[in-house]
Design a protein around this ligand. Sequence first.
Ligand code: F3S
Length: 281
Amino acid sequence: MKIGKTGEIGFCFGVKRAIDILERVARERGGVETVGAVVHNQQVLQRLAEIGVRVAQGVDDIRGDMVAISSHGIAPKVEEEIRARHIDIVDTTCPFVHRLQTAARRLAKSGFFVIIYGDADHTEVRGVLGWADGKGLATLDEKIIAKLDSLPRRLGILSQTTQIPAHFTEFVKRLIDGTFSKDSELRIIDTICHDIRKRQAQALELANRVDLMLVIGGHSSANTNRLAELCSTATKTYLVETAKEIKPSWFQGKHHIGITSGASTAEPTIDEVIARLEALA
Ligand code: F3S
């Protein structure tokens, strides 16, 4: 069995940065809290819990006088709420997410109705909608916009950082076809993360050359699910969170296996998957 892996694997720049900050603060203060999970990866969260990182489920659940914002960022109103309680903030928001937040704010302030191509329930997207000050919505289905009671004339279109670029382009095209009228004004800003773009391109290229792809990452991680979705367009693909989920039957008749990972998957988890594959081979 031949095993190949993508060049971009393991933590992305933003997750690595957030975890480095958290580790430093936890070391200095003997622990730290985060508002919500800092990444969507159980193994990473467990390791952080061991060094004193506690996940507060919301603002009311913060016990100490300092809290860290995750790499996904938060809405300005939530930040104000935290500061009003005299709780200090450690901001680990990824710079790519912050770029999206400021784009949303700029558009909303200039009178555009902000449309975010993304999962409305995702922490990052909920935060970005807050930066648009309620003047926007998030969806993966452009038909929702055509159904709005009064269609805004000026539309600003952004993407969640982890979406698939080709899908974003298709969404915009369909939106133009379905909603554009003679008075419309459209502003589109590409806010997809550079790391994710590279990761997806490499994963797809590898998936086209192998018999089976393993995408390693959290089952609830948005970017891991997008990677698996993309790879499955080229070859048989399984999303696994840990080596324990791997089933030997998957590899019958498969000779070349490709490996990639989501942006919040730690190196040891990837090493365990490779070791398991080598043992099976
Ligand atoms: Fe940031 Fe992109 Fe990672 S948005 S957190 S570098 S996936």
